[in-house]
Design a protein around this ligand. Sequence first.
Ligand code: RNT
Ligand code: ZN
Length: 423
Amino acid sequence: MSDRSPTDHLVEQAYTIAKERYAALGVDTEAALDRLAGVPISLHCWQGDDVGGFEDPSRGLSGGIMATGNYPGKARTVDELRADLNAAYRLIPGQHRLNLHAIYLDSAVKIPRNEIRPEHFASWVDWARQNGLGLDFNPTCFSHPLADDGFTLSHPDAGVRQFWIEHCIASREIGAGFGQALGTPCVTNVWIPDGYKDTPADRLGPRQRLMESLDAVFAQKLEGNLDAVECKLFGIGSESYVVGSHEFYMGYAASRQTLLCLDAGHFHPTETLTDKISSVMLYVPELLLHVSRGVRWDSDHVVTMTDDLQATMQELVRGGFLSRTHIGLDFFDASINRVAAWAIGTRSALKALLMALLEPADLLRGYERDGNLTARLALLEELKNLPHSAVWEMYCLRQGVPVGMAVMDAVSDYERIALVHRS
Ligand code: RNT
Ligand code: ZN
């Protein structure tokens, strides 16, 4: 718990006023905070070390994704990554989750990807249990010699496909182990980089192979594990064609009833997740979100309070989708303090969710039902100015995490104590 600060009474006073302002619109701020506390965000382990992992730290990142920057203090070991994650969780109100990638295994010897087993992640399960965290998982179908020509599950060579099928099945088994051990289902998300830099002659073949590979991967249902598939528009080196496109996975998830993963950076730059969620939810059982921020391309910038973020959270609340949505983050910025990146991005996601939970839903819907679209627009604009920040700061205070820029004091302390000593 953070010590009481001289400004805490101002946070409390502001909250008292905010509570009344919202109550005047029929909104119960206490109920909104209770709901907020019940929504976990899955923090992505890969922000801590620029998607490096511990399988082979000498290997660079591939798969058409990229972390730029060389801010000092990147985590080099499992212990360093855990310490950094703990530092980040201390700055984030609420109880959350951790999203691991297969390359973050804890093993003294190198294990082939198709031979990874739950025992290689046993120390993560112990750590998660100690810290009260649920775990999510991802096979790593990139940064590997058998992915170097740009194809994995859709590879023309049956042997290469089989290797990646085995890796994905092994990953699902690890996910199931997480779910069973921790008593909260693990979402195992399959994303592959497969695609062509330039115009393909055959767009169908790779997609047929991907469909068959996925069917092999998901053939057996595993208790404790939830399967998700993630589409993408393009990557670096796969600008002209991505096998796992939106249409491909929309059809796949709907026909196989898997979860669909929507990454905010994986669509055309002017396209947002906002208008997709209510459509997708009619056809798939549950949704996984990769909350991210693309700047001109799928750049995976730290999540901030953008219109897109607010609109996404509004959709989850307005549609009643929170109980069927798993919220994960996906960004990797190596140009700033990595612990701060986690804290800033997660806090922004939570703040946007809180704003959505503070909406006077009945009032807005009433205007819409009555055809009073002018009042609907006026109220939506007014809501942007209501004192949601006072409610947020009260939440931080109650949850014992820093309020406002006090986050940076904690980040600076941690940088001085732990990060600067890493070469
Ligand atoms: C890549 C996808 C994918 C990755 C992670 C590391 O474009 O967004 O989710 O970012 O698996
Ligand atoms: Zn993603």
